[in-house]
Ligand binder design. Structure first.
Ligand code: PLP
Length: 406
């Protein structure tokens, strides 16, 4: 007989680079009862969710919906639906997730070209345009906020560059959307994807996506409806998209007026995604971004007030995460364990070239709050002190409070 007990996770304050604690209102929305796939209540909920995400992405794109799966399902859906095998794809890489875009594009059998800057830096538009001119890609794929380095790539000029050179622009805004400026239409981005578990304040498992009319045209030009549901005028055209589940041509028909069956929509995640967007829109997108900016600035001032060094070009840091250099001689993993075991607070480790060198501390979504920032800084001071680090007594909380007092 199974001895598994009812699930009862320990109370934690998740102050890493995401996931974060879901907003309780999102958890409540997820516990709402299911309805059938074509129940008018369900289709109305899908339509409302599309409208809410248009506001979150700041777009009038009709094709704004959800891909079921974590953020990388959204990334894969965008890239596999856009890229025809053999297409040239340019990926400017400034951290882990640029490498992920390049890898996914390779799996889509693109001819992938990358340019790189050192971790902790971002690209200038001139560097990107020079690469566009020399590579002449069909698609430029770029991350906005890379949680691995905490950098936020400026995007405002890229849409215009891409249009001038007839390139489609894809952006992974998983870690940044909702907490940093993002203007899908204003910046001329063709497809953007995100996830719920960062600034949107939900659990991972749903990937909001928005697709511009010119990207829709490319994707619809590759539409091959599944044999079992195709109708007489569903004549397949163009090179078929290499995934069924992530075929945006079919997923758009499912979300669109045709409501052509595809997968069974993940209803509880739809409720979660709808509530995440509803909360952000009710708060106001500008207000939500300002909230992330304020609490991110308080956390930054706080770690600096403790005497800690911050990694990377701080002028391009995302609002919602900071990378803190682990003081020499301190056991970084031991300190994270003490934060978790003694205070119930999770802070993040790091990857690749930053492994063992920095912790990543987030202030995002439901946890972009004054109490969460101050408690984390107070606990960090104690843990650093216990580990033998030389920290300024009260310097973290004090510096953060000064930011709040401004
Ligand atoms: C920028 C970025 N892209 C993609 C991902 C992958 O997201 P997921 O783990 O939800 O698939 C993450 C996750 O941290 C991310 O920060």
């Amino acid at each position: 007989m199974s001895t598994a007990e009812q699930i009862n996770p320990p109370p934690r304050l998740l102050m890493g680079p995401g996931p974060i604690n879901a907003d309780p209102r999102v958890l409540r929305a997820m516990s709402a009862q299911l309805v059938g796939q074509y129940d008018p209540a369900m289709t109305a909920c899908m339509t409302e969710t599309m409208g809410l995400y248009r506001e979150v992405f700041r777009t009038s794109n009709e094709q704004t919906f959800l891909v079921d799966g974590t953020s990388r399902a959204g990334i894969e859906a965008a890239l596999v639906s856009l890229i025809v095998p053999g297409d040239r794809v340019l990926v400017p890489v400034f951290g882990r997730f640029g490498h992920l875009l390049a890898e996914i594009a390779q799996r889509c059998e693109a001819e992938v070209h990358t340019i790189e800057v050192e971790w902790g830096q971002v690209f200038t538009p001139e560097q990107i345009e020079a690469a566009v001119v020399s590579v002449r890609p069909a698609v430029l794929a770029i991350v906005q906020g890379d949680t691995a380095t905490t950098m936020c790539q400026p995007l405002a000029d890229l849409g215009e560059i891409c249009r001038r050179h007839d390139v489609l622009l894809y952006c992974d805004a998983t870690a940044s959307l909702g907490g940093n400026d993002f203007e899908l239409d204003g910046w001329g981005i063709d497809i953007a994807t995100a996830g719920l578990q960062k600034c949107l304040g939900g659990p991972s498992g749903s990937a909001p996506i928005s697709v511009s009319p010119r990207a829709v045209e490319v994707i619809d030009g590759r539409k091959h409806v599944e044999a079992g549901i195709a109708e007489a005028d569903d004549i397949g055209r163009g090179p078929r998209i290499g995934s069924n589940y992530l075929d945006l041509a079919m997923v758009m028909d499912y979300w669109g007026p045709r409501r052509l069956n595809h997968h069974t929509e993940a209803t509880s995640m739809l409720y979660a995604a709808r509530e995440c967007a509803r909360l952000l829109v009710a708060e106001g997108m500008d207000t939500a971004i300002r909230r992330h900016r304020l609490h991110g600035a308080a956390m930054l001032a706080g770690v600096q007030g403790l005497g800690l060094e911050v990694f990377g070009d701080v002028s391009h840091k995302m609002n919602n995460v900071v990378a803190v250099v682990i003081p020499d001689g301190l056991d970084g993993d031991g300190a994270r364990t003490a934060m978790l075991e003694d205070f119930g607070i999770e802070i993040g480790t790091s990857f690749g070239p930053l492994r063992g060198r920095v912790w990543r501390i987030g202030t995002m979504g439901h946890n972009a709050r004054k109490d969460a920032v101050l408690v984390t800084l107070a606990a960090l001071e104690q843990v650093l002190r216990a580990g033998g680090a030389d920290v300024t007594a009260g310097g973290g909380v004090g510096a953060a409070r000064e930011v709040y007092a401004r």
